[in-house]
Design a protein around this ligand. Structure first.
Ligand SMILES: C[S@@+](CC[C@H](N)C(=O)[O-])C[C@H]1O[C@@H](n2cnc3c(N)ncnc32)[C@H](O)[C@@H]1O
Length: 282
């Protein structure tokens, strides 16, 4: 069988809040150290695939592995319509005219922006549009909600590349993790990549009506077994949960404990930082 190796990406082709670009170096090191050669015989599941960036990297470095990207948000659909998204960006650039960058749009310009979006007969990529006209990081889940927001001129200055080959050779599925993971509970040579939404953060940008709360988190942890790579943050209390298991649940600790940790400090502003972690056990 011909082995398909996608081009390597260092960031997702289209905007995606929460993509793991800052952890790619550590992620690549872990999979290269633990999965030999081209990954033949392995299955790698990007359970909370988001932008598919980790699946892309996994398949690039282990092209003979069966890499599964769980695209719960329909990101691959967004990728298919990059040409439309570029077209809409051009029309919006015209509508914004000489509105100052980074500044709030006047009523008149905002209504021009709304008309352009309403009249556009191609694909509407809300997440991308949000990065062009909303305050940094703000995301919405419908056009109506978009129009209710204060708008700014933060439009991107260049086209997006067409994401050629980004998902080459990768199997795409779209399932809730509760449906996806049980199939692989006892499969040998199957790596679980787990980057769930942080339980305690706002998840407005992510899929749809499915809130990832404490019950989902506990359900997930029941389905985790090594080898796994789990991303977490001080905000999501995964390490505190692991400590709890050590003291209170011997069986779960035997299954999940004894992991390695790579930590990274990120700065929110001058006063506040938070720590992101990549926990892995082979
Ligand atoms: C932190 S993001 C993953 C980011 C990804 N690793 C990347 O680099 O782009 C978490 C993802 O989990 C998805 N998600 C939320 N609930 C889920 C569920 N029940 N099953 C599977 N995925 C879910 C969210 O929609 C979001 O895409």
């Amino acid at each position: 069988m011909e082995i398909c190796q996608p081009k390597l990406y260092n960031k997702a082709p289209l905007p995606f809040v929460g993509q793991k670009r800052n952890f790619l170096k550590a992620f690549r090191t872990v999979i290269n150290n633990h999965i030999q050669n081209d990954g033949a015989g392995w299955t790698i599941i990007d359970t909370f695939g988001g932008s598919g960036l980790l699946a892309n990297n996994a398949k690039h470095f282990k092209p003979a592995a069966n890499v599964i990207y769980n695209d719960f948000d329909g990101y691959s659909e967004r990728l298919k319509h990059i040409s439309d998204t570029n077209l809409l960006r051009h029309s919006l650039l015209d509508a914004l005219g000489d509105s100052p960058r980074g500044k709030k749009l006047s009523k008149h310009v905002k209504s021009k922006v709304q008309s352009v979006i309403q009249d556009f007969d191609g694909y509407i990529d809300l997440q991308s549009i949000s990065t062009w006209v909303l305050f940094s990081g703000k995301q919405v889940s419908s056009v109506d909600e978009l129009f209710k927001q204060t708008m700014y001129n933060t439009i991107r200055c260049s086209d997006y590349n067409l994401a050629d080959g980004y998902l080459d050779g990768i199997e795409i599925v779209s399932l809730s993790f509760e449906k996806l993971l049980p199939t692989y509970q006892t499969s040998p040579k199957t790596l679980l990549i787990l980057d769930p939404p942080y339980v305690s953060t706002k998840q407005g940008a992510y899929s749809l009506d499915n809130y990832f709360g404490m019950v989902q988190f506990l359900t997930l942890m029941k389905l985790v077994r090594p080898p796994y790579i789990l991303f977490s943050s001080t905000r999501s209390e995964v390490l505190a949960y692991m400590d709890y298991l050590k003291d209170n649940d011997v069986a779960a600790w035997e299954r999940l404990g004894g992991f390695d940790i790579v930590s990274q400090i990120s700065r929110i502003n001058q006063l506040a930082t938070y720590e992101d972690n990549m926990i892995y056990k082979w």
